[in-house]
Design a protein around this ligand. Sequence first.
Ligand code: NAD
Length: 438
Amino acid sequence: MDMTIIGSGYVGLTTGACFAEVGHDVTCVDNNPDKIKTLEAGEIPIYEPGLADIVRKNVAAGRLRFTTDTKEGVAAGDIIFIAVPTPPQPDGSVDLRFIEKVAREIAEVITDYKVIVDKSTVPVNTGEKVAETIRRYAPEGIEFDVVSNPEFLREGSAVADLLHPDRIVIGANSDRALALMQKLYEPFVAPVLVTDINSAEMIKHAANSFLALKISYINAVAAICEKSGADVEKVAEGIGMDKRIGRQFLNAGIGYGGSCFPKDIAAFTAISEQIGIPFNLLNEVQRINASALSRFVDRIRETLWVLQEKKIAVLGMSFKPDTDDVRCSVAMDLIEALVGEGAEVTAFDPKGAEKAAELPVASRIQIAPTALDACDGAEALVIATDWPEFEALDFAEVKARMVTPLIFDGRNLLDPETMRKRGFEYHGIGRGTAGSKP
Ligand code: NAD
């Protein structure tokens, strides 16, 4: 089928490449000419495992192309996906100006029936607004349908998530649009849930909020473990073995971050307030998340006593492993907090260093070329992102390079007992009496 994606970022580009991979004819539009130039030159502006290969393969096969021209994009597809940003406003509600702009742009160039699909994460009732906008600005009599098709991909495993999704949610109020969407998704082996548009929009915010709630739940448990001598990793294992709960997203740490969770939870909270049914539980989820980081910084300060001029190595800058995305990364918030207290931070990230270097805090830190280089002369080593390769470091060499062998593991990546045997003083999250001094 012929389809178009407007917005070729993390979601749009990966979605476009995966639809091309299953045989569709895909046009990816972006209004950032540099991004399109990069893509046309065969380079991929983001790091996502497996993405570069399928982009190159499908461009070569003639199933995937890029343009800055929305008119050309709309003409090329029967189904038009919108995958533009939906950033938060200061009060947490969603800034819908990008969505509105694309709806207007589509309206100005639409000439025949199209299915307009909202892939961006949007507040409930946005589909109605998109339809209203297109109707207002499109030539009279033009037929179209709006569909909500929320995206559940996880950065770091986006290609696999798109090719083998847990579920496909299609929110449609028209049989004609639904039939086209079902045909589009025919090559994918996954359960398809058909709903009305409002429910599909709500599913995405409710799902992300629930996942964030699970993270905050275990972080609240971790805080209690820390004071009572229990080990949160054992507690999470014990809870997670209950099939009704599951082990995933019960990883204690310095909290959730990234471009989705913080904004989506804030958005759902704001939506509930606007509707007059305040979802106070989500305020608590956000409060616990913020306190997970501040408790960790307190722990570093209490141990090192004074942070001023202390050399601290921070491993990890991306918001999670296997991505270069540093947007709203808790690792960057942590670095900012340490620098704010006068610490001298040297940071390393396997993929995110380049994007981190563009952030304002980068001018106040050193970025090391390797994890071991970051440890040179350090008085403490902080794990901020759980990249698996940090677990496999040569810790004898790490210790040799450090001034004092102190580890603060913000992701419970390392085993406390092993680190103790290796001669480190180890501080994890909610590890009770596990680890500590060698
Ligand atoms: P992104 O910033 O990486 O990409 C958005 C792209 O849209 C940018 O390249 C931008 O240049 C382009 N754009 C903006 N306005 C445009 C216009 N008028 N015409 C053409 N292009 C335009 O954002 P993203 O991470 O891909 O997220 C997009 C949406 O998907 C958001 O609503 C987000 O919440 C949602 N989402 C993201 C993820 C994720 O993991 N990143 C997962 C699920 C859903």
